[in-house]
Write a protein that binds this ligand. Structure first.
Ligand code: GDP
Ligand code: MG
Length: 594
């Protein structure tokens, strides 16, 4: 049978899921009655947040001018955090629908995704969606696509996924414009693993795109990177539910089930072949998932440590790109250091933890992954401020730099450029997409982006600005670890890594905040911010005066009771830093203020 493999790429909310549903319905893959809205986003959280987190695939059958076609739609995640997964999915397709909202127009992720698809040599079918909208401005958006991406206006297909307009034209475009896959069914088995998920009964389900050869039920396969050999107990395609068959051949998209007990054994980007001497070459582009953002997660009640560990373990089974290991903090007790692909990934994991268990969490300020070259020339990765060595031992301190593409209404350019420059951004490009919209490119330290850039761009453009970024590498910078000391004792959970030029300002802010949160003791409490042995800010919590206590314990009985009650609650959550007792609430308020 003729085969076409394609994906849909779009900025969030431009209608990717709705269009996927319409195509499934149009091809009769799913009847209207069976159609639940947005079938492809099957994780509850995805639906709630309206984003597609993991790639999915579905096989449709379609007859075009008397010829039957197998048309495979591979769904790709839309967010930068999952760039590597997007890239693996793209390498399984020959074509991409580049979907743009007829009102919103070209956005940062539209551009990033389109470049990505071009790099993978995909045939791009430009599509303008939501033409049913009263304020649709399809002609202008066509112009934006032409000027930002060099799209030929004659190639643009207009549709409405919601109203079902233009769907047949789109199917025809897919059949006629997307090239057929070129694999050889008689060559040695070679298939790309582009996704996996975990089924409680069947174990790991491996999603594959067959590049060459044939795989049959019952045969032995080998994951070339992982080096593991398995027997295929079931294989098939998603239509959209799993439907088993007896073999898959070059060009097809489907799944393998091999009695694999953990997702950690299935690596996205790995190549499936056969054990033995006639195995195919591994496919190019394999990478380990790279965690770019780390934070500490602590149960706010120390009793819940083992519950938190169980919850994290459950999460990791379904999400191999998330990692965690136990750590201890003087201030927060026992908890875990957790690594994420990016900020959104971190938010998703936290939300899952909160919705799937009811553990109250304390999160430390997130930091990116740094590289340090010490004076002996050894290079290592740093995942938390506590691991930064003495400044005298550091020869070079490197941080990740990302290329940010920001699409904004033209009148906001000045505001956004100032935001980027204040965060050590270097301007790389500035172009008009249309008379009213521009795209600016900056290279900015990732640490600055995750600290507050995204929020600031949103608020500085009344929500219209969109940001997308990709890692371009590590560069040396003037970085320091800033510590917070309470009566001379370092509070580990409050150390941060920042640019030397920002240390004073951030140190002063944290010291001030902490001062206001620490209750008075019988002695004076010094709160200091320091870089190495140099103190950059100091605040003092004065000692308690006798008459203050006397007043409290005076005649006012309700006030006295309140005070006692408060003390009792506070006691439970007090942490000692040296001889100073600090409530956990105080730490949390400092952490949440960034
Ligand atoms: P995704 O984030 O790209 O998957 O976008 P969705 O498919 O979730 O759509 C985002 C929103 O746009 C939803 O509220 C859809 O109902 C709406 N939408 C999608 N396609 C159309 C369309 O053709 N016309 C209109 N008016 N709304 C649409
Ligand atoms: Mg969606």
């Amino acid at each position: 049978m003729e085969i076409r493999n394609f994906c849909i790429i779009a900025h969030i909310d431009h209608g990717k899921s709705t269009l996927a549903d319409r195509l499934l319905e149009f091809t009769g893959t799913v009847t209207r009655r069976e159609m639940k809205e947005q079938l492809l986003d099957d994780l509850a959280l995805e639906r709630q947040r309206g984003i597609t987190i993991k790639a999915r695939s579905v096989s449709m059958r379609y007859i075009h001018q008397g010829t039957p076609y197998e048309v495979n739609l591979i769904d790709t995640p839309g967010h930068v955090d999952f760039q590597y997964e997007v890239s693996r999915s793209l390498s399984c397709c020959e074509g991409a629908l580049l979907l743009v909202d007829a009102f919103q127009g070209v956005e940062a992720q539209t551009v990033a995704n389109a470049y990505n698809a071009m790099e993978h040599d995909l045939k791009i079918i430009p599509v303008i969606n939501k033409i049913d909208l009263m304020h649709a401005r399809a002609d202008e958006v066509t112009e934006e696509m032409e000027s930002s991406l060099g799209i030929d206006p004659d190639d643009v297909v207009r549709c409405s996924a919601k109203a079902g307009i233009g769907i047949e034209e789109l199917m025809t475009a897919i059949i006629e414009r997307v090239p057929a896959p070129t694999g050889d069914a008689n060559a040695p088995l070679q298939a790309m693993v582009f996704d996996s998920n975990y089924d409680d009964f069947r174990g790991a389900i491996t999603y594959v795109r067959m590049m060459n050869g044939t795989v049959k039920k019952g045969q032995k396969i080998k994951f070339l990177r992982a080096g593991s050999v398995h027997e295929v107990v079931e294989l098939g395609q998603f239509v959209p539910q799993r439907k088993s068959c007896t073999e898959l051949t070059a060009g097809q998209v489907g799944y393998l089930i091999c009695n694999i007990k953990s997702l950690a054994d299935v690596h996205i980007g790995d190549t499936v072949s056969t054990p033995g001497n006639d195995a195919a070459e591994p496919l190019a582009g394999y990478q380990r998932p790279k965690r770019m953002v780390y934070c500490g997660l602590y149960p706010s009640d120390g009793q819940e440590f083992s519950d938190l560990r169980d919850a994290l373990e459950r999460l990791a089974i379904n999400d191999p790109s998330f990692e965690f290991e136990p750590e201890t903090s003087d201030a927060l007790g026992f908890g875990f250091r957790c690594g994420f692909l990016g900020l959104l990934h971190m938010e998703i994991v936290q939300q899952r933890l909160e919705s799937e268990s009811d553990i109250d969490l304390v999160q430390t300020a997130p930091n990116v992954t740094y590289e340090i070259v010490d004076t002996r020339g050894n290079k290592r990765e740093i995942h938390k401020p506590q691991d930064v060595p003495d400044p005298n031992d550091i020869a070079e301190f490197r941080q990740p730099i990302v290329r940010c593409n920001i699409v904004v209404p033209s009148e906001c350019i000045g505001t956004v450029m100032k935001l980027c420059q204040d965060r050590r951004g270097i301007l790389r490009g500035n172009e008009y997409l249309s008379p009213t919209r521009s795209m600016i490119s900056y290279d900015i330290p990732l640490a600055e982006v995750i600290y507050d850039l995204h929020d600031k761009i949103k608020s500085g453009t009344r929500g219209y600005g969109t940001l997308d970024y990709e890692l371009i590498g590590y560069e040396p910078a003037n970085l320091v670890r800033m510590d917070i000391l309470v009566n001379g004792n370092r509070v580990d959970a409050l150390s941060i890594i920042c640019d030397r030029g920002d240390a004073d300002r951030r140190g002063r802010a944290v010291a001030k905040k902490l001062k206001s949160e620490i209750e008075r003791h019988m002695f004076e409490v010094a709160v200091q911010a320091a870089v190495g042995s140099r103190v950059i800010a100091r605040e003092t919590v004065p000692a308690m005066r006798k008459n203050v206590t006397a007043k409290c314990y005076g005649g006012d009985i309700t006030r006295k009771r309140k005070l006692l009650q408060k003390q009792k609650e506070g006691k439970k959550r007090m942490k000692a830093i040296g001889s100073v007792e600090i409530s956990q609430k105080a730490f949390m308020s400092v952490l949440s203020s960034g």
